[in-house]
Write a protein that binds this ligand. Structure first.
Ligand SMILES: NC(=O)c1ccc[n+]([C@@H]2O[C@H](COP(=O)([O-])OP(=O)(O)OC[C@H]3O[C@@H](n4cnc5c(N)ncnc54)[C@H](OP(=O)(O)O)[C@@H]3O)[C@@H](O)[C@H]2O)c1
Length: 195
């Protein structure tokens, strides 16, 4: 079981524009031509912050519209917010706030040995990193620059550095970089180090 931050970012390290737009991302390639279909099969639970959840509501679910979309995940999802958020009928979503440790334990139990996907954003993933609970970062680096926006991971990780495990060219639109976070060799443990 690994805790993975799997996301797409611009070459200059942003996962969304300052206005939370992802319009720059979709023309770069088809998600089904990436490692995503294989990645998601191994995921047992996922977590995201409220900005990401609200983006999904606005752009995918569109509640109240003539043609509402479906929640795309079969796995249970933990959504972090200090505010009350609307649920989605039929979707297994748990709203939580505060320390990421208890949510991590719940996710780990629900995932039953499968991986945990941290969908984003960077600040939430940073909280998992701070708690020593982040194992891998898998970034599809898009062939665009945004100049400003929502950061990939607003933390300084320098010494020891991340370990680059693989680099894949995905057409002209993306390079997929996979990194391991040092110090997470005993990845299959609880937030208190318990097996
Ligand atoms: N490029 C990609 O593949 C990709 C992937 C994921 C996301 N995105 C996009 O990137 C942007 C990410 O936005 P973002 O960086 O602002 O991050 P975010 O993580 O989606 O949302 C941040 C918000 O989540 C809530 N939150 C975070 N940690 C919390 C905690 N421990 N307890 C309670 N609430 C907590 C806070 O808001 P409240 O407390 O006010 O609710 C916080 O302001 C979105 O536009 C998203 O759509 C892009």
């Amino acid at each position: 079981m690994r805790t993975q931050y799997y996301t797409a970012a611009s070459l200059d390290g942003f996962i969304a524009t300052p206005e939370d737009s992802l319009e720059w991302l979709f023309p770069l390639g088809d998600i089904n031509q990436t490692g995503y279909p294989q990645f998601i099969k191994a995921v047992g639970a996922l977590a995201m912050g409220s900005t990401t959840y609200e983006w999904m509501l606005r752009h995918v679910i569109r509640p109240g519209s003539a043609n509402p979309g479906e929640w795309p995940y079969e796995q249970p999802a933990w959504v972090f917010s200090s505010r009350e958020q609307p649920g989605i009928p039929g979707a297994d979503i748990r709203f939580v706030q505060g320390d990421v440790g208890p949510a991590y334990e719940q996710m780990r139990a629900a995932a039953n040995g499968r991986n945990l996907w941290l969908v984003g954003g960077g600040g939430l993933v940073g909280q998992f990193y701070d708690a020593g609970l982040l194992d891998e970062i898998i970034v599809q680096v898009g062939s665009v620059t945004l100049g400003s926006g929502k950061p990939l991971l607003p933390r300084r990780i320098t010494s020891p550095s991340l370990r680059l495990v693989s680099a894949l060219r995905l057409g002209e639109g993306f390079a997929e970089l996979r990194y391991e976070v040092p110090g997470r060799e005993t990845a299959n443990t609880g937030s208190d180090g318990s097996p």
